[in-house]
Design a protein around this ligand. Structure first.
Ligand SMILES: Cc1cc2nc3c(=O)[nH]c(=O)nc-3n(C[C@H](O)[C@H](O)[C@H](O)COP(=O)(O)O)c2cc1C
Length: 189
């Protein structure tokens, strides 16, 4: 079976994060794909063009994040909604990719979870312009509301409706990964 590499971006630094749990669910349902680098977004410094312009000064997290992004065939972003927008950690991670190859042609899945009724959906719309700029191909958006009621005692999403919805999204991501690989194959126009 093909083994896809998918860059994970988790926008929460919180212990017991629902978004980290959602990313774990994506990983667990992704047969034939593995999510890499999910801890890196939270370790990146605030984006600074002066640091970016001096590669020797790059912190390890920047070096590693850029490398993981380059090797990844797809992306999954799990972001909290803060103040009706995406978490700063999420946007900061995308800023660190603008000066690299970005996410050109990478099928991308956007997911959010929140204890509230909207499930973090207002974090998604503002991420679409930067994702478009980076060349990502958005395949699906999933929001999970009332997250506390849909996780078990260990914080994992066990609600069958959530699992089914995420499975559907992962299927879309995998189909897009296959299509993107087909387009990259030699001899394919
Ligand atoms: C500063 C702050 C702002 C927040 N703003 C929103 C918001 O606008 N909409 C919302 O649904 N939840 C909001 N929340 C609640 C978060 O969605 C909730 O804390 C969520 O669990 C964060 O994601 P995590 O569990 O992955 O850390 C906010 C939380 C904080 C701390």
């Amino acid at each position: 079976m093909t083994e896809w590499t998918v860059l994970g971006i988790c926008g929460s630094l919180r212990r017991g994060s629902y978004n980290a749990a959602l990313l774990d669910l994506v990983d667990g349902l992704s047969e034939g794909a593995r999510v890499v680098g999910a801890d890196l977004a939270g370790r990146l410094p605030l984006f600074d063009p002066d640091v970016e312009n001096d590669e020797r000064a790059w912190p390890d997290a920047v070096r590693e994040f850029r490398a993981r992004a380059e090797e990844a065939e797809g992306v999954v972003i799990a972001t909290p909604e803060y103040a009706h927008g995406p978490a700063g950690v999420t946007k900061n991670a995308l800023d660190w990719l603008v000066g690299s190859g970005g996410l050109v042609g990478r099928p991308t899945l956007l997911v959010s979870a929140s204890p509230g009724q909207a499930g973090g959906m207002r974090a998604h719309t503002p991420l679409m312009p930067p994702l478009t700029l980076l060349g990502a191909i958005l395949v699906d958006c999933v929001v999970v509301s009332r997250a506390g009621a849909r996780t078990d005692a260990s914080g994992r999403f066990t609600d069958p409706a959530v699992v089914d919805r995420v499975r559907l999204a992962v299927g879309e991501l995998q189909e897009a990964l296959g299509y993107a690989a087909h387009k990259r194959a030699p001899g394919v126009l």
